[in-house]
Design a protein around this ligand. Structure first.
Ligand code: ARG
Length: 478
């Protein structure tokens, strides 16, 4: 069997070992990127007069034909016996246009091809994930709008802490997801370097116009050093990190949804369409999709740490170990995409139980308000904390809360308590008392809601996500 390197060898490869080394089943996803890279490379060779205009035209047309054939029948990629996507494209090209096709690889290595392909791939695929992040933020914003002035407890140490607006909780996830969006943007920026011209490791001996290649392929920069380029997969690690941290976020959100929709909390009702039943226990309504999101976060973290472990021992330059990156990164991408879709669907369809949440926000967690009330009447905070703590302890021991106290009871603890204490010690008053821009104060939350809503419809982002980074149909449907 002839392959890309058979000239050097006496015997055909051991078929099983060759199969073991094949990456086509995985890197077939890069087909459009590989063809785009090759098309630009052929043009660069033509521009430098390494290829005749006739050969260049013939290669470009041949690559178009290969792309058309693969799009018409993607199963071609599954039937093929080539080592990787680069070998597949070259063989298909030579079969179509003959000798001109054999000139395409002049001055180029698969080591830089795989780099350019994967960079192009991430450049066009990351916006798809970013769009899915925006969908989750949209679902959070619509829940926040729906929540109005409803209150619920916030928790620290999973113990009731202070009343907050339900909207404030939804917007807290939105604030964090916006960091995830930015982190994906950073990964996309890191992929934005054009590696061609690096050759296998030492660079190429033809005067290739790398700026032309960068511009043609939609990169804003060219890599700095051919040795570094051939073995660099930092951009892949950065992508995995962005995925792993976003998955960590979704996992924490999933955990909250699981808790808040449980019988014990009962703050929200999970929609039937995103819940599952039990084959044995008829009463069950399980949050399986959220559990799966939480579970997949573990896998995403494993992808990142596994990849770092693969990279850490490699000598300078390309090593075949690097081939492992794609299965891991594609898995992380698919999981993140599925999890974002699922979380958006679950959040969008949650029904709040306003009464249950308000009740839970009305108990001893108003103790901070009691202390603040006393501070408002001139008492030092430390003393106020102690007075409020004493009242809370007594109430806790008698199984009651602040609403059980009469004015005499209040004044029994301290004479500064007056009639106004009843209105001050409610979840609504607690929320209204919060004044900083990050707080759960109703004005702050209304402003945050408007600002977050505006973020979801940012026209610059919409435009870029819709067109794809390269604005070119050559890169296929996403
Ligand atoms: N399939 C390889 C990868 O994914 C492409 C580069 C192979 N280069 C080589 N010299 N074997 O990393």
């Amino acid at each position: 069997m002839a392959n890309l390197w058979s000239g050097r060898f006496d015997s055909a490869p051991n078929a099983d070992v060759f199969d073991f080394g094949k990456s086509l089943p995985v890197d077939k996803r890069l087909i459009d990127d590989d063809i785009a890279g090759s098309r630009a490379w052929a043009q660069a060779l033509g521009k430098s007069h390494v290829l005749s205009q006739t050969d260049t035209d013939s290669i470009v047309a041949g690559l178009d034909a290969v792309q058309e054939a693969v799009h018409a029948d993607p199963s071609m990629l599954d039937r093929a016996d080539d080592e990787d996507v680069h070998a597949f494209v070259e063989r298909e090209l030579v079969e179509r246009i003959g000798d001109a096709g054999k000139r395409l690889h002049t001055g180029r290595s698969r080591n830089e091809q795989v780099s350019v392909d994967f960079r192009l791939y991430l450049r066009r695929r990351i916006p798809v994930l970013q769009r899915a992040v925006v969908s989750v933020v949209e679902a959070l914003v619509s829940q926040a709008e729906r929540a109005g002035d409803a209150t619920m407890p916030s928790y620290t140490h999973l113990r009731r802490a202070q009343p907050v607006l339900v909207a404030h909780v939804w917007l807290s996830y939105a604030a964090a997801l916006r960091r995830d969006w930015d982190r994906l943007e950073t990964a996309r920026h890191e992929a934005d370097l054009m590696p061609l011209g690096s050759g296998a490791i030492a660079g190429t001996s033809y005067a290739i116009d790398t700026a032309f290649l960068a511009e043609t392929l939609g990169f804003s920069r060219v890599t700095l050093n051919s040795i570094d380029t051939s073995g660099d997969r930092d951009f892949v690690a950065s992508f995995m990190y962005a995925c792993a941290l976003c998955m960590t976020r979704l996992s924490r959100m999933a955990e909250d949804v699981i808790l808040f929709t449980s019988e014990e909390f009962g703050f929200f009702e999970l929609a039937d369409e995103v819940a599952t039943g039990s084959s044995l226990m008829p009463q069950k309504k399980n949050p399986d999709p959220m559990e799966l999101v939480r579970g997949k976060a573990g896998t995403a973290i494993g992808v990142l740490s596994g990849w770092l472990a693969t990279m850490k021992g490699l000598p300078l330059g390309y090593n075949k170990d690097l081939q492992e990156d794609k299965a891991l990164a594609f898995g992380a991408e698919d999981d993140l995409d599925g999890c974002l879709m699922t979380v958006a669907a679950v959040v969008r369809t949650l029904t709040p139980r306003v009464g249950v949440m308000r009740q839970a926000a009305s108990g001893l967690l108003l103790a901070t308000e009691v202390a603040d009330y006393l501070v408002g009447r001139g008492m030092p905070f430390r003393t106020a904390h102690e007075v409020s703590g004493r009242i809370a302890r007594d109430l806790y021991e008698s199984g009651r809360d602040f609403s059980a106290l009469t004015l005499d009871d209040w004044r029994g603890y301290h004479e500064v308590f007056e009639d106004g204490v009843f209105a001050a010690i409610t979840p609504e008053a607690a929320v209204r008392a919060r004044l900083t821009p990050q707080s759960t104060g109703p004005d702050a939350v209304a402003a945050a809601l408007a600002e977050t809503r505006a973020w979801t419809v940012d026209p610059f982002r919409e435009e870029r996500c819709a067109e794809g980074p390269l604005g070119s149909p050559l890169f296929g449907a996403v």
